[in-house]
Design a protein around this ligand. Structure first.
Ligand code: IMP
Length: 424
């Protein structure tokens, strides 16, 4: 296998961290291209569960180079904490963790703007992670953002902070009655962060090119999911970056022509955290059962995730937008106890059948799922090591997803452990 991109096919939390950790052994470089610490990737190795927010999930394999691309937004204080936690576990990151000098910084006022806007929206809130992600990306697009490279030019950093504070102070005070931290305090704090992360900071576009030309194999890691994409998701209930394939080129500086395979990761059911349309959501006891069984609580915020049946209409949208060459289906074991399973094959809206995922929010909000029902397998599948040994009802469920989506399944995950990933 050559260069591979891994992208969430649903609303995030599909179990990408585990699949990336599993696959990373066959690659040399693992690189992330978008998002920030709104993401929470979980990797279970032995009896230890580790959580990552910025650093690519390849970091637990000591010979892998891990890149934080220019398309990400970084709170350097939080990144330092993450690096220290990994180091405390005895994992050496020196020389193999690269942080883009062009990545934008999440500043203290971004957190304030994010949470106060959410509060202001009341019931209409997006349900963001309140990590300042949206305001940081907004500043990037407005060309007033502050980048990691600015941490090494003191005068420039000072003037950028002062310029930004002029308007942020006004907004925070006038709209939300909040005070902004002092420019000097921010400057001092960020200069200090700059020193601490300096050994990792580099031009990652050049590094990507160099490694590519040396023949190294790339695994590119998306955060969140396709349905949270700023362009192709359920706008405005989305994140502020491009988890979909388009984000790879802009977030790492590599042409899509250089990539070979694109693996879409989907859970065996659907979840969503935060607000926004979710046609197959279960509001009954079954939804609670799946949440408990699947431990569906946010890695970043601890929020309970909304749970529902597998949605092929949404999946087909993600397949088209990304061009998935195959799928990985995760957390299949969570459905072990169910008597029967449902797959949403189309929607109904005012009596009309809808086969294509609607991008119009009002239309989507009024869509009702149309299901096909399949028998459950009623067996613990977690210990199974070989795809062929899965119960026939499990295989039928997977076959149905393949047929309805027109995309082959190449991997299946039946538990949280490294070994519990089956190759089809
Ligand atoms: P933000 O990215 O914090 O601005 O949040 C925007 C939306 O994306 C909210 O609905 C969040 O719950 C959701 N979101 C952001 N990051 C993740 C993630 O890693 N997994 C699942 N949902 C996420």
């Amino acid at each position: 296998m050559s260069h591979l991109v891994i992208i969430g096919a649903q609303w995030g939390d599909e179990g990408k961290g585990k699949i990336i950790d599993h696959l990373a052994k066959d690659f040399d470089v693992v690189a992330r291209y978008q998002g920030g610490h709104n993401a929470g990737h979980t990797v279970k190795i032995g009896d230890k569960t580790r959580f990552l927010h910025f650093i690519p999930s390849g970091i637990f394999r000591p010979d892998k180079i891990c890149i934080i691309g220019n398309g990400m937004v970084i709170d350097p204080g939080e990144l330092i904490k993450e690096i220290n936690t990994i180091k405390a576990d005895g994992i050496d990151v020196g020389g193999r963790l690269l942080v883009s000098s062009n990545a934008h910084l999440i500043m203290p006022y971004h957190y304030l703007l994010d949470s106060s806007k959410e509060q202001d929206l009341g019931e209409k809130n997006i349900g963001t992670t309140k990590r300042g992600i949206g305001p940081a990306y907004a500043d990037k697009m407005r060309r007033i953002g502050i980048r990691i490279c600015d941490l090494y030019e003191k005068e420039r950093l000072r003037s950028l902070i002062e310029e930004n504070l002029k308007e942020k102070r006004l907004t925070l005070k006038k709209l939300y009655g909040l005070n902004c931290p002092e420019a000097k305090k921010i400057e001092k704090e960020y200069l200090d962060y700059g020193k601490k992360i300096e050994p990792f900071v580099t031009d990652t576009t050049l590094a990507v090119r160099k490694y590519y030309e040396e023949g190294k194999k790339f695994l590119l890691e998306g955060a969140q999911g396709s349905m949270l994409d700023i362009d192709h998701g359920t706008y405005p209930f989305v994140t502020s970056s491009s988890p979909c394939i388009g984000g790879v080129g802009t977030g790492l500086g590599i042409s899509p022509r250089k990539l070979d395979k694109i693996l879409g990761i989907a859970k065996a059911y659907c979840t969503r955290v935060g607000s926004g349309p979710f046609p197959t959501e279960l509001f009954d006891e079954l939804g609670n059962q799946i949440r408990e069984q699947g431990k569906e609580f946010g890695t970043t915020t601890g929020r309970p995730r909304r749970c529902g049946w597998f949605d092929v209409v949404a999946l087909r949208h993600a397949i088209w937008v990304n061009g998935f060459t195959s799928l990985a289906i995760t957390k299949l074991d969570v459905l072990d106890d169910l008597d029967s399973l449902k797959i949403c094959v189309k929607y109904k809206n005012n009596g009309n059948a809808i086969e294509d995922f609607p991008t119009n929010l009002s239309l989507l909000e009024n869509c009702k799922p149309v299901y096909e029902t399949l028998p459950g397998w009623k067996k613990n599948i977690s210990g199974i090591k070989d795809y062929a040994q899965l119960p026939s009802n499990t295989k039928s469920y997977l076959k149905k997803i393949e047929t309805l989506s027109g995309t082959p399944i190449s991997l299946v995950s039946v538990g949280a452990e490294r070994g519990e990933t089956l190759v089809k």
